[in-house]
Design a protein around this ligand. Structure first.
Ligand code: TPP
Ligand code: MG
Length: 318
């Protein structure tokens, strides 16, 4: 990877983190209401995997979706405006944090029903095959979603119909307040594809370079063999499940120690310095630029109008 590309990747991760911090602030101040799930800690997953997206591909995820939309290049102001329920938002202010959407980039949400995106995403993969689009479906879901029955109905269909689906299991160790050890028998998340003959590739989701390399291999295999594959990503969320989580199910020291030793952004900043010989000032400048961009995005969101009453029934299924 050239230094320019590495800097761009760092920029994308820093942008997601700064965005989430601002979203938390706006939530606390009451400018964002309803559910809001932050992606802080998991940035390397979407930034690394998004390096593989082509125009023909489609992408779908859960309600923890801010980072996904930012990584595919949607301007932060349209995402922040959506969180604030404004007409300028990417879902015209009617979706909110959980239902971000961008049709022109084949981003199909933002889904609030745990596990539903796996079935809808499998439908997207079927569409790629049926219409010979040349694209594949990138389907993101959590460790909690991995215990939903419809996931396995989907795996069965994807395997038997040989669908071009890359299933990305973002194992951030918790489903709401439940740690995976309490919900998942014998640490089986890495074997969930086995009964269907779907192979699983495991990756350290806190290590950006590993995510890039292994997700490239995985995406290439799906494209070449035209069959499903699972990428099991070991990651961690730093913040509560949503903004209203008292976090009594884990210790502060657990979060702090992962932040200190495995933080994907800090660790990649070290790579930039050691491997690419970049000065700390170059990185600080990026961090500053990102903060400014996010401040402008927040101002745009706050200054935008809410959807009009007359538009209440527009753009929604009734
Ligand atoms: C079908 C369904 N059941 C329960 C819920 C309530 N719920 C919302 S998020 C969540 C936890 C999901 O955890 P995981 O899949 O690990 O995703 P993460 O929040 O960690 O990204 C649950 C149980 C829901 N939204 N939909
Ligand atoms: Mg989880």
């Amino acid at each position: 990877m050239r230094a320019e590309e590495a800097l761009d990747i760092y920029y994308k991760m820093a942008k997601i983190r700064a965005f989430e911090e601002k979203a938390a602030e706006l939530y606390t101040k009451g400018s964002i209401v309803g559910f809001c799930h932050l992606y802080t800690g998991q940035e390397a997953v979407i930034v690394g995997i998004s390096q593989n997206f082509t125009k023909a591909d489609s992408i779908i995820t859960s309600y923890r979706d801010h980072g996904h939309l930012l990584a595919i290049g949607v301007e932060p102001r349209y995402v922040m405006a959506e969180l604030c329920g404004k007409i300028t938002g990417c879902s015209k202010g009617k979706g909110g944090s959980m239902h971000l959407y961008n049709r022109s980039r084949n981003f199909f949400g933002g889904n609030g029903i745990v596990g539903a995106q796996v079935s809808i995403g499998t439908g997207l993969a079927l569409a790629h095959k049926y219409k010979s689009t040349g694209g594949i479906a990138f389907i993101f879901f959590g460790d909690g979603a991995a215990n939903q029955g419809q996931v396995y109905e989907s795996f069965n269909m994807a395997a038997i119909w040989k669908l071009p689906a890359l299933y990305i299991l973002e194992n951030n160790r918790y489903a709401l307040a439940t740690p995976t050890e309490r919900s998942t028998v014998r640490n089986s998340l890495k074997k969930r594809g086995d009964p269907f003959g779907i192979r699983t590739i495991c990756v350290d989701g806190m290590n950006l370079l590993e995510v890039i390399q292994k997700s490239r291999d995985a995406a290439n295999q799906v494209r070449e063999k035209l069959e499903p594959l699972i990428l099991h990503v070991d990651t961690y969320r730093y913040k509560g499940h949503s903004m209203s989580d008292p976090e009594i199910y884990r210790s502060r020291s657990e979060v702090d120690s992962i932040r200190k030793t495995r933080d994907p952004i800090a660790n990649f900043a070290a790579v930039l310095q050691e491997r690419y010989g970049l000065d700390a000032e170059v990185i600080e400048k990026i961090d500053k630029d990102v903060m400014e961009k996010i401040e402008i995005a927040a101002r745009f969101a706050l200054d935008s109008p809410a959807p009009s009453e007359a538009s209440l029934n527009m753009d929604v299924l009734l």
